[in-house]
Design a protein around this ligand. Structure first.
Ligand code: HEM
Length: 258
């Protein structure tokens, strides 16, 4: 175990763990964003709700989810620990050195940005994930005519054994499912919830603008030829496009979908 303690105490070992966990979380963001696009399908939430059932019942995805939660917790705790360790080592560092001269605002405030994202994540998971798993979520019955694809839906007051029941009767595909879509749509009717989401996406943007390319540097994957490309992906894709697309979801429900 001596090598492990030494590795965790070394500056590169500490940063390596942040880089690897951070990049894994970036890959989750891409998957989560693509899945959430189904909120925009004009089908009363049918595709989003069936997708939510798949994501919470498929054994492989369930297993990966536990790794994801552990990674989030580790990345947050380890990151905060490193911020405090750095402060302890150099308590007056930026009083003596002009930090702005050779570093960006985001790079100097990764701890603060990460903490904002952590608070967001706790609220986010309490509102959607925990409610879906442990709380009261209404059921909706969808009826899709397989001949002309006509879709109708209404709230279902009965109870079913699982999160979803599906059968076909006289050319009508019936789906009774836990309606997470309406939990999301209702939450985003409140302007202050939307504001919290938009501000959190701003923090995510700055966190990733620095974090993505910094992770590649820590991993030693910095080659003259690819440095600019990695920086562009870090800023353009993870810093701007992904947080912006996430932010469009609460905004869409507040203004365009009642
Ligand atoms: C702003 C738009 C977003 C919407 C509409 C949204 C929606 C949702 C919903 C409905 C769930 C519960 C579904 C389920 O348990 O399968 C969920 C879970 C989750 N969300 Fe989000 N999300 C958004 C942004 C984010 C962001 C930016 C992060 C990370 C920084 C995030 C992290 C998570 C995590 C970790 C879970 C639990 C995932 C799991 O159990 O596999 N979400 N989200």
């Amino acid at each position: 175990m001596n090598w492990l303690t030494r590795f965790l105490k070394s500056s590169i070992g500490r940063k390596l763990l942040m880089a690897l966990t951070g990049l894994f979380l970036c890959s989750f963001l891409v998957v989560h964003l693509i899945g959430n696009f189904q909120l925009f399908n004009n089908d009363g939430g049918l595709s989003f709700n069936t997708y939510a059932v798949f994501m919470t019942t498929n054994p492989l995805i369930k297993f990966t989810s536990y790794g994801l939660y552990a990674t989030f917790v580790f990345h947050a705790i380890w990151g905060l620990y490193l911020v405090f360790e750095n402060k302890k080592a150099r308590p007056v560092a930026y009083a003596q050195v002009d930090g702005k001269a050779n570093s960006t605002w985001a790079s100097r405030n990764m701890g603060l940005l990460g903490t904002i994202i952590l608070v967001f994540l706790i609220l986010h998971m309490a509102g959607f994930w925990a409610r879906y798993k442990f709380g009261e979520v209404p059921y909706t019955m969808y009826q899709k005519n397989l001949n002309d694809n006509d879709l109708s839906y209404f709230s279902f007051d009965g109870s079913i054994v699982n999160k979803m029941e599906q059968y076909t009767e006289n050319g009508i595909e019936v789906t009774i499912v836990k309606d997470l879509y309406h939990v999301v749509a209702d939450a985003f009717q409140q302007w202050w919830v939307v504001l919290i989401y938009v501000l959190a996406m701003l923090a995510l943007s700055f966190h990733l603008i620095h974090g993505f390319s910094s992770a590649f540097q820590t991993l030693g994957l910095n080659h003259k030829k690819y440095n600019q490309l990695i920086k562009n992906i870090g800023i353009g894709v993870f810093g701007i496009i992904i947080p912006l697309l996430f932010a469009t979801m609460p905004i869409f429900f507040l203004f365009f979908n009642h």
